[in-house]
Write a protein that binds this ligand. Structure first.
Ligand SMILES: C[S@@+](CC[C@H](N)C(=O)[O-])C[C@H]1O[C@@H](n2cnc3c(N)ncnc32)[C@H](O)[C@@H]1O
Length: 203
């Protein structure tokens, strides 16, 4: 199903991914999701891979969307255990294989979409932003955790990914903020550094 960006790398990397990665930053994600108007009940984790970030966020309905089938296979072995709400029924994470730039999801269908450490791997970034704008209800939030290529460590990361053949495209926070604002989001950069968090509210 590839030819879509860096997904093929993750097909090969899926078995090792969770051994190598630290836990997702729960606090930053919670702060960003709290910017939504109203409750966050339905959430999409785009480029969600093994569900590493999905289980770090609080929402009763969480769906992991990813282009890589092997990454999603790992996600399906996780349960919804995590910070969820006391009323959450335990069960496997829901998954959907697909391109974040062409979401098989209806208009205004979700309260939040997150993309953690994945936006730079998506080749059709403007299409992703526009798809998120379409599927988010008014007042819903689009949360992006990304690496800043103007930070020394971000520069090294970008060089490293390109050296191994990835086609990643990184943006400093101000540029990514502009991309979201052009699509009609009201944007806030919540933290900065090697990794930053940006939240766009669908107005
Ligand atoms: C570095 S992993 C991040 C996974 C997860 N978000 C996390 O924080 O652990 C990047 C993920 O983006 C996915 N990906 C790349 N291009 C994609 C696309 N066009 N649509 C959906 N997922 C994509 C890859 O398959 C991979 O699982």
């Amino acid at each position: 199903m590839h030819g879509v960006g860096d997904g093929r790398f993750f097909d090969r990397f899926a078995r090792l991914y969770d051994w190598l990665m630290p836990a997702a930053d729960r606090r930053s994600l919670a702060a960003a999701l709290s910017r939504a108007d109203g409750d966050v009940d339905r959430l999409l984790d785009l480029g969600g891979g093994t569900g590493r970030a999905t289980i770090a966020v609080d929402a009763p309905e969480r769906m992991v969307v990813d282009i890589s089938r092997p990454m999603l296979q790992r996600a399906r072995t996780r349960t919804t255990a995590g910070p969820g709400r006391p009323s959450d029924p335990p069960g496997p994470l829901a998954t959907l294989q697909g391109d974040a730039g062409r979401l098989p999801v209806g208009d205004d269908a979700v309260d939040a979409a997150i993309v953690v450490d994945a936006f730079h791997h998506m080749p059709a970034q403007p299409a992703v932003v526009s798809e998120v704008q379409r599927v988010l209800r008014p007042g819903g939030v689009f949360v992006v955790r990304e690496f800043d290529p103007s930070h020394p460590l971000g520069w090294v990361l970008a060089r490293g990914e390109h050296a191994i053949g990835m086609e990643s495209t990184f943006h400093p926070p101000a540029d990514l903020a502009e991309m979201l604002a052009d699509e009609g989001f009201s944007v806030e950069v919540l933290d900065s550094g090697f990794e930053y968090t940006l939240v766009g509210t669908n107005r």
